[in-house]
Design a protein around this ligand. Sequence first.
Ligand code: ADP
Length: 433
Amino acid sequence: KATEVDVLVIGGGGAGLVSAITAAEKGANVLLIEKMPMLGGNTMISATGLTASDTKIQEEAGVTFTVQDHIDRTMKEGKDLPNLELVTILAENSNAGLEWLLSLGLEYKMHATEAWTLVPVEGHFGSLMIAAYRKEAEKYDNLEIRLNTKATELVMEDGKVVGAKVEGKDGEYTVKANAVILATGGLGNAPDVIAEYNPKYGGGTGTMSTAGATGDGIKMATAIGADVVDMEHHMMRPLATPGYWIRETVVSDEEIGGILVNKSAVRFTDETAHRWDMVPEVAKQDGGVAYVIFDADVAETGNGKAAIDKAKMISADTIEELATKLGLDPAALVATVEAYNNGEDEFGRKTMGKVTAAPFYGVQAEVASHFTMGGLAFNKNTEILDTNGNPIPGLYGVGEVLGGLYGAGRVYGNDTMGNVVFGKIAGENAVGK
Ligand code: ADP
């Protein structure tokens, strides 16, 4: 079992796999460790849409989305907080990134409505992407993937990162490396860390995340002096259920209605508010939960149907029966729905479609982290920076563990593309030093 390698990659999601493959392609001896019993991380459960510019897929579809459009859109969505130099690298290399993915046998088509998004043709499955990466990784004898192996600490010598302490089936040991690439993902399963940087989002759950996303990379790197950026911005969803986040439109649609109630079967917020404002309202309720309630009209919509199916919503012919099935007080829920249907509202909801058409649907939901926008500060070589802005020798990063590309808001698909573009840069630079 190798304990000395050229490059140690920590984390086996999309970002870690791309950087490990790239470093192996350059001839380095690479060890990728993954703490879970399987590869994939949150990349596995992601829709893996891509944002890319000036690609042949867009050209063939007669759609114009230039590198400059890509940069502008990313800066605007992030409220001008993203790092322009890094965003430019992402946009300029997105076509090459797409071409590489196509060379691995993955297939993409245009998103139905968005000029900037390409989606996988075989449906929205990260598992296809991880399978393609795994197959590519298996080509290299100089790349070892070690599962069930968790990095616990970065090892420093003379101010340089020279490896990591790890814990595996065979106990604890140190892996020495010329360079370490952190690819440990985000904070989806780290409500404690989210709350530390962003108190109003405290109390979330890991409902939407895979188990490994506990912020280890951020903890290990900040412990040796790394800087973080944009940690106060976090993408949360207010209505998450195990394995599926209910689209907020099922309660925010002004015309057809739908409401949220708490454990007392009482409304507590303007359901049409932005989802990021809805998050702290849900988190504040008893047990941190809300009940999504809607009627047959909402059930007819695409998002309504999906919620019933994927969030396993309970149905009933009357509001009383629905309340009983959900464990809510029937009289209280009837009173709440009646008041709402009569237009009584103390939260400023402007128009209120009625909840009157049977059957009625309901389910318990809670807030959960969807994406970590902030993270470790890095530069164009994917070197991790210290709090003075200087690279920490020997330490690189890639993927959701990084901050700087998203600012206050992420363009969907920049993350998956970022894993490819910066994964390649990290792999190359880690070998170069
Ligand atoms: P990204 O999109 O950035 O690749 P993912 O969530 O897909 O993020 O992958 C991150 C991976 O890193 C997960 O599979 C997770 O289990 C793994 N991981 C997190 N912390 C550690 C750690 N301390 N040691 C090893 N692997 C880790």
